[in-house]
Design a protein around this ligand. Structure first.
Ligand code: CP3
Length: 338
């Protein structure tokens, strides 16, 4: 029988809802901070198979989660395109990219350490492993902006002022993502998640254009090539973007707290749902963490007995407490479905 996490995504019977957390292996963990000291740059860390494998595995023992996520970064596959990527402490990512016609053809072998890490993790753990990539809009937002931003105005400006270059950028990213994710699945990942962290900066009509013209092509390809590998789409801004997102050919939508859970359960009946809890719940006291988590799970259980995966609406932050994160995971695991 397949693992709880995969069964929940496929709508098969489960005895409880599974749990994993975005950014579950990261700076809030003293163990990560210790390993991180072994190399000077974050990208060097990601390309070190031994370190990346060790960090990917940390949440299995430290938290007891039901799935692991590959340790890497969404910006890693941009490097083979000839885009310069740097992580400057305190400033976040910095990029320097030519216009799309100047990108190199994506050579997946240039990031072979990603697939090697997947193979190593699969040797060492029986938990399902989630592969991932950035969604084309979020990658494009970083590329055009060159750095992180509060509202990613440059990519939206491009959409309105030079649609041809916007489309060329999205098309090239979709083509790269097809190859990159194919290599991840072939290396052994059990599910894939696409991160569209900056989707919320789009209007509903821009999102609809992007989702139908570009994003859909990537998901159609994945479903056709790998019909049994669940695909999860994480999009922030779920509250105003879900009407177009719910028509995408994916197995699960990972939603943030801007979409009311009841409404999501009612209006997206045919897909698995993941997430929704505001991560800042982890700054509340322990009793509140337990109470709010049970409340959310009770709401889900009123509507469905499978097709839900517990997660937060966004990633864990570096200043969160490991003990409280563990309590959150234990609370979900203690919630039995009868
Ligand atoms: O979830 C996991 O545990 C797996 C690893 C993972 C990382 N980044 C590790 C990381 C994943 C899935 C990502 C995805 C990612 N990267 C996203 C999408 C998810 C999200 O949070 O919205 C985005 C937007 C990025 C881009 C990125 N990478 C940012 C904005 C930063 C933070 C920069 C900073 O200095 O604050 C990173 C760096 C990064 N990625 C770190 C980790 C653990 C911190 C690096 C360090 O140790 O200094």
């Amino acid at each position: 029988m397949s693992h709880l996490f995969i069964r929940a995504l496929k709508g098969e019977p489960v005895e409880r809802f599974p749990v994993w957390l975005m950014r579950q292996a990261g700076r809030y963990m003293p163990q990560y901070r210790e390993l991180r000291k072994k190399v000077s740059s974050f990208l060097e860390f990601c390309s070190n198979v031994k370190l990346a494998t060790e960090v990917t595995l940390l949440p299995q023992h430290l938290l007891g989660v039901d799935a692991l996520i590959l340790f890497s970064d969404i910006l890693v596959p941009l490097i083979p395109l000839g885009i310069e990527v740097k992580f400057v402490p305190g400033e976040g990512p910095l990029l320097n990219a030519p216009s799309p016609e100047g990108w190199k053809p994506f050579n997946p072998d240039e990031v072979s350490y990603v697939y090697e890490t997947i193979r190593e993790v699969k040797k060492l753990s029986d938990l399902p492993l989630i592969g991932f990539a950035g969604a084309p809009f979020t990658l494009g937002a970083y590329i055009v902006e060159g750095k992180t931003s509060r509202d990613f105005k440059e990519i939206r400006k491009l959409y309105h002022s030079d649609r041809e270059t916007f489309d060329a950028t999205m098309t090239k990213l979709v083509e790269m993502l097809k190859i990159y994710l194919t290599h991840q699945v072939k290396a052994g990942v059990d599910a894939v998640q696409l991160f569209d962290s900056w989707a919320y900066t789009m209007s509903p009509s821009m999102f609809e254009y992007y989702a139908n013209k570009h994003l859909r092509k990537l998901f159609e390809y994945l479903k056709e090539e790998f019909p049994s590998t669940p695909v999860i789409y994480f999009f922030r801004g779920s509250g105003h973007l879900y009407p177009a997102a719910k028509r995408l050919p994916v197995d699960a939508l990972s939603i943030d707290w801007t979409l009311e859970l009841e409404k999501a359960l009612r209006e997206i009946p045919d897909k698995a749902l993941q997430g929704n809890m505001d991560p800042t719940i982890l700054y509340a006291d322990e009793e509140t963490v337990v109470k709010e988590t049970r409340k959310l799970l009770n709401t889900v259980a009123l509507h469905r007995k499978s097709r839900y995966v517990f997660n937060l609406g966004h990633g864990l932050a570096p200043d969160m407490e490991l003990q409280k994160v563990k309590l959150l995971v234990e609370t979900v695991k203690g919630f039995k479905l009868s």
